[in-house]
Ligand binder design. Sequence first.
Ligand SMILES: Nc1nc2c(c(=O)[nH]1)N[C@H]1C(S)=C(S)[C@@H](COP(=O)(O)OP(=O)(O)OC[C@H]3O[C@@H](n4cnc5c(=O)[nH]c(N)nc54)[C@H](O)[C@@H]3O)O[C@H]1N2
Ligand SMILES: Nc1nc2c(c(=O)[nH]1)N[C@H]1C(S)=C(S)[C@@H](COP(=O)(O)OP(=O)(O)OC[C@H]3O[C@@H](n4cnc5c(=O)[nH]c(N)nc54)[C@H](O)[C@@H]3O)O[C@H]1N2
Ligand SMILES: [Mo]
Length: 655
Amino acid sequence: MTLRELPSGKVEVGARDFPTNRGGLCQKGWTSAELLDHPDRLRTPLINGEPATWDEAYALIVSKIVDIQSSHGRDAVAVFGGGGLTNEKCYQLGKFARAALRTRNIDYNGRFCMSSAAAAGNRSFGIDRGLPFPMADISTADTLLVVGANVAETMPPFARYLTEQRQDGGVQIVVDPRATATARAGTLHLQPTPGTDLALALGLLHIVIAEGLVDQSYVDARTTGWDQVRASASAYWPARVEQITGVPVSDLEFTARSLARGRSIILTARGAEQHSKGVDTVTAFINLALALGLPGRPGSGYGCLTGQGNGQGGREHGQKSDQLPGYRKIDDPVAREHMAAIWGMDSGDIPGAGVSAYELLDTLGTSTKALLVFGSNPVVSAPNAGHVTQRLKSLDLLVVCDFVLSETAAIADVVLPVTQWAEEDGTMTNLEGRVLRRRALRRPPPGIGTDLAVIAELASRLGSGVRFDSEPHTVFEELRRATAGGVADYAGVTWERVDAEDGVFWPCPAVDRAGTPRLFESTFPTASGRANFVAVEHRPVAEEISIEFPLYLTTGRVLAQYQSGAQTRRILPGKVFVELHPDLGFAEGEMVRVISRRGSMDAPVRLSPTIRQDTIFAPFHYPGAGRANSLTVDALDPISRMPEFKVCAVRVERV
Ligand SMILES: Nc1nc2c(c(=O)[nH]1)N[C@H]1C(S)=C(S)[C@@H](COP(=O)(O)OP(=O)(O)OC[C@H]3O[C@@H](n4cnc5c(=O)[nH]c(N)nc54)[C@H](O)[C@@H]3O)O[C@H]1N2
Ligand SMILES: Nc1nc2c(c(=O)[nH]1)N[C@H]1C(S)=C(S)[C@@H](COP(=O)(O)OP(=O)(O)OC[C@H]3O[C@@H](n4cnc5c(=O)[nH]c(N)nc54)[C@H](O)[C@@H]3O)O[C@H]1N2
Ligand SMILES: [Mo]
């Protein structure tokens, strides 16, 4: 997008013809500048809700951290980051936790976002890059299978690739319990019971095997583990899968046969992934793609659609509890030595792996006494949010860096006001692994800090022996060295190249080497060079419906609101609602209370004749009585630790 500062000081948003969005922006993009000078913008630090100086705020934070760490140990102070932060901030936040606080406890909201697809990608392909091919490939696919993504509302500029794919005569199959705008636009809509995509994928693989559609020469040459996976699919015959998922056998057959013809792409997003079996579900779709010989073949493959602005880069540079920069593992001795040399510390002083986002939030007030939040609003967005809010309130110290008083900032001991996107330089990495620039267009209002400056100042006041820079370009140069030789290798990416080449695709190990738009063409970055088939089994949702709680609740997004709503509710009006089937006996607009084992939510009814009768939907963008996460269950995937945001059992009552 392009930005221009008008003589009035306001910022005007325009769109330039960029290869990924082709000049398109969604409504949130067009209106994003309105928040820059919004009256709700924070302009001074706050201590217990009262304006304070930066010096007072820093002094309080540092004295409390020192006290807490000396009485309860270093791990009693934790950091919570976000996938919306620039690469430079993500890198610096991970370094701050490990090298300045020397705590193992750092994790981030990306755990709630793409962690299941990331874990599955690593397990099967040896790498986690959302799309292993450029986005434009999507419009050339003969068949596109879109599982649990509502791109018409969540990625409007990207949705053009789907439109083009259909206009070129491609078959498009959308899997969603709701007839979303995306599902309605496709060739075929599969409407499974929430939480049954794993059985669906196994059922499709069963048909592919039974009908002789496996690409055996690809399987022999490029994969391992096929025999076990073939055997595991045998129990998922079509009639049984219809019974589990509610998807008719004829639709399963149509889907399997379409995917086996020509160029095919399978895409997943949060609908398939935000489950306590999210990793295995994605794995089952990857197994299907491998059996059909898709990954690495031109115009074909498997990909995971991205979440936040820097959803991809956010998971590469060390704000994840088990990770060091460049997608290195924190328990790998070689990786620890490499980072210790760059940070100028002893590798033995780098802490080990911490726990995942929800598990961390669950320890607040017990083993964790202080939390520093950068770029997330867990009071609204965490699962079982009533419980999480209690935990946050029981901390000795909660610090939130934000530009507005989010619901989480509102209960913080100290709030630090920081710059917004138009006021800072840096880089972000999109779902294709393409590193892009963010440019400062104007100076921030007086009195406002930057995330990088806050981190550097805290590190220095904490007496850190390790140096922290606050200038984004210098931090990026350090990040290049830190990622050199890692999976997500940015060593050859410079800001100048990013500008000149409209982005550079990682891995890019040297400045004189091109980036890597396409992965897997000849080999997979696994130990054997082959992709791994991993046998998986379907399993039920964590909380099944019952007489007391007879409906499935699923949650997600609407076009006009962004995430926890901290940024968009202030500029785009919109009301909470709960979408349900007319046969449940409620009237349009009627106020209802949705109740789960954990809490309740009040909202007016929006009737939808096309949603499954056993399923209701609520957006998670709203706080207070309309907070959908008061209801959600905190069951976690055993591998990714992703919460089951997409299914829990509820009942609906008149208020
Ligand atoms: N307008 C808007 N756009 C956004 C965001 C936003 O907040 N607002 N957030 C961004 C972020 S961080 C993310 S992660 C992406 C998310 O992008 P998406 O994944 O497209 O968004 P969701 O609405 O969470 O979920 C997609 C669909 O999954 C369906 N679903 C629910 N349960 C199941 C299930 O069991 N199986 C299947 N197959 N589908 C199911 C829902 O009905 C929903 O339509 O959007 C990004 N874009
Ligand atoms: N029920 C349910 N819950 C969900 C989901 C779901 O589908 N259903 N989806 C999950 C997903 S995919 C995600 S990504 C999360 C998102 O939920 P959150 O993690 O809460 O993300 P945001 O709402 O984007 O919150 C970002 C906060 O950081 C601030 N902020 C933005 N940029 C910056 C920055 O550069 N620096 C600093 N310091 N602050 C910044 C914003 O003003 C805002 O207050 O929600 C998860 N929760
Ligand atoms: Mo997300």
